[in-house]
Design a protein around this ligand. Structure first.
Ligand code: PHB
Length: 539
């Protein structure tokens, strides 16, 4: 008997191939004819890098996206030119600059800027983690975290996507779901019953007692909801909705997260819920009292640089990818919703180009057209472009590649240091050794008196740089410049250290100082991008 014909494998659309079904869910189905293919592929590369924690080799990217190596190389060259990735040896690494996309969403949303301080204050008062989340189709996505680090439980990052049914906020958002939303949810549940498509949480089969529709009905009646170890054993949470005063709909959900070693899920209602509800009322008051800002003139010519890059990099620079991503940066706090004409004006793109980019972003679930209006807004899914891994970093990690770059340019060792809490010592928090055999060798963690070091002087005295001799040991010369936070406060300093015979004072100020200043400016640019909506620890 002839063997039955085998079913051929289903065709895959290369750029839609992804290990994370949940992230790709909105991009299933054929792309509209006008979608910009390089933009679809570039977004797929950014999502794969994000899911991998921020770093992949080109060959791993090739496998993960199904794209040809030459295509991967052109996409990464374009993203590198945009400052969204850097090439580190063989690896492609996401850079803080990419956070401008997620920042555009968070700024346009306005909720983190308006509500974060109250969430932080509640976390301090209760000594428990407090988060803010928005609904993202049949999932929830965190937009703010006031995290109390504990030994025993998971903590989520800004931009992490969780399945609605495994969280307390999910049951509240589901009270507003349409039949279409429930249909999509059922479909996802049957395709992925263990939530394997959500890398932020451990997979788990549905519990027999786990009836999401019931929990949603209860959340609707009571106005709050519980997570009794739905994510992992021990983790409990209580949530309440923050409603938009204009529409009455849920703007975001605030949660207090604890552990069964401190609270049972049952007693969250009596211990933590009352304070959470007070905070939520205050948040709703803040939303009522803050009028929408008057729209300022949109920026113009955001995409003007792309033509020059094309000229310089030629075939390797994919202009349509760069222009398409730039469209996302047209949105901001003062420009939460834009018409096609406004997007074209802000970016300097033609209407036709801006329109095709918006159609592509809509297909990818990154942009949505508000019903009944001609305006576009960004969706929470923009946070899937790099935000979770990039938001969990420190100043020393931000500085490291810049210090390495400086050390290789000036052939001397470079360091970053911060003041210790007492204020009279500095502590080295990052360093890069020069390639020289006789380079200055100081290890991270070393402390030194602040007043006797250029690093300490650059942190403490209001001058632009500091130059010292005989620092730490005889014959050692150091030139240092401060690193400032978003408010202009000096929070760290970077230096170049050398043997005194290597460079005269004049050489230090004429040649080394400009290079050092470029480095501190790059560190500051990355820090300010990262710290706009996240807390960045110093070390
Ligand atoms: C969290 O903020 O980590 C969180 C919030 C709600 C949950 C679970 C975790 O249900």
């Amino acid at each position: 008997m002839p063997a039955p014909p085998t079913t051929p494998p289903p065709p895959t659309t290369p750029a839609n191939t992804t290990t994370n079904a949940a992230e790709a869910a909105s991009a299933v189905g054929a792309a509209p004819a006008e979608a910009v293919t390089p933009l679809v592929r570039g977004v797929a590369v950014l999502r794969q890098l994000t899911q991998a924690g921020g770093t992949l080799s080109p060959s791993a990217l090739e496998r993960a996206t199904g794209l040809a190596r030459s295509t991967v190389d052109r996409i990464t060259a374009t993203l590198a030119r945009m400052g969204y990735v850097r090439l580190d040896g063989r690896d492609v690494v996401l850079t803080p600059r990419l956070m401008e996309l997620g920042n555009a969403y968070l700024a346009a949303l306005r909720l983190p800027a308006l509500l974060a301080a109250r969430a932080d204050a509640l976390a301090d008062e209760l000594d428990e983690s407090v988060s803010l989340a928005v609904g993202d189709r049949d999932g929830i996505r965190f937009i703010h975290q006031a995290t109390r680090r504990r030994a025993m439980s998971l903590s989520f990052r800004i931009g992490d996507l969780l399945p609605a049914e495994r969280t307390a906020p999910g049951a509240l958002f589901a009270t507003e779901w349409t039949d279409e939303d429930w249909r999509r949810w059922h479909e996802r549940r049957s395709a992925d019953p263990e939530n394997k498509g959500f890398p932020a949480i451990p997979p788990r089969s549905p519990l027999p007692t786990d009836d999401f529709a019931n929990r949603t009905a209860r959340a609707g009646q009571e106005g709050w909801s519980l997570d009794d170890q739905l994510i992992e054993p021990g983790l409990v949470a209580v949530s309440a909705p923050v409603r938009d005063p204009a529409t009455g709909r849920i703007a975001c959900v605030a949660s207090v997260v604890s552990h069964t070693s401190r609270h049972t899920a049952r007693d969250l209602r009596t211990t933590l819920l009352p304070r959470l509800r007070e905070t939520v009322s205050a948040m709703e008051g803040d939303l009522r009292d803050t009028p929408p800002s008057a729209p300022p003139a949109p920026p113009s010519g955001l995409a003007a640089w792309t033509a020059a890059s094309k000229q310089e990099l030629g075939r390797d620079f994919i202009e349509s990818l760069a222009r398409g991503l730039t469209v996302l940066t047209a949105f901001d706090e003062d420009r939460p919703a834009l018409t096609l004409t406004e997007v074209a004006k802000a970016t300097g793109l033609t209407r036709a180009t801006a329109r095709r980019a918006l159609i592509t972003h809509e297909h990818l679930g990154l942009v949505t057209q508000s019903p009944g209006t001609r305006t576009f807004t960004l969706t929470p899914r923009v946070l899937s472009l790099g935000f979770p891994p990039l938001s969990r970093t420190s100043l020393s990690r931000i500085a490291q590649p810049h210090l390495e770059d400086l050390a290789s340019r000036v052939h001397e060792s470079t360091s970053l240091a911060v003041l210790t809490p007492s204020g009279d010592e500095i502590q080295y928090t990052a360093r890069a050794a020069a390639s020289r055999i006789m380079s200055v060798d100081i290890t991270v963690g070393t402390r030194a008196p602040a007043h006797a070091t250029a690093l300490g002087q650059a942190l403490l005295t209001p001058q632009a740089y500091a130059l010292t001799d005989e620092e730490l040991e005889q014959g050692l010369r150091s030139i240092a410049a401060p690193v400032r936070d978003r408010t202009g406060r000096r929070i760290a300093a970077a230096n170049i250290a050398m043997h005194a015979t290597a460079h005269t004072h004049e050489e230090c100020t004429d040649h080394l100082l400009p290079a050092l200043r470029q480095t501190t400016a790059s560190i500051e640019a990355d820090l300010h991008m990262t710290a706009r909506f996240t807390h960045v620890p110093l070390a």
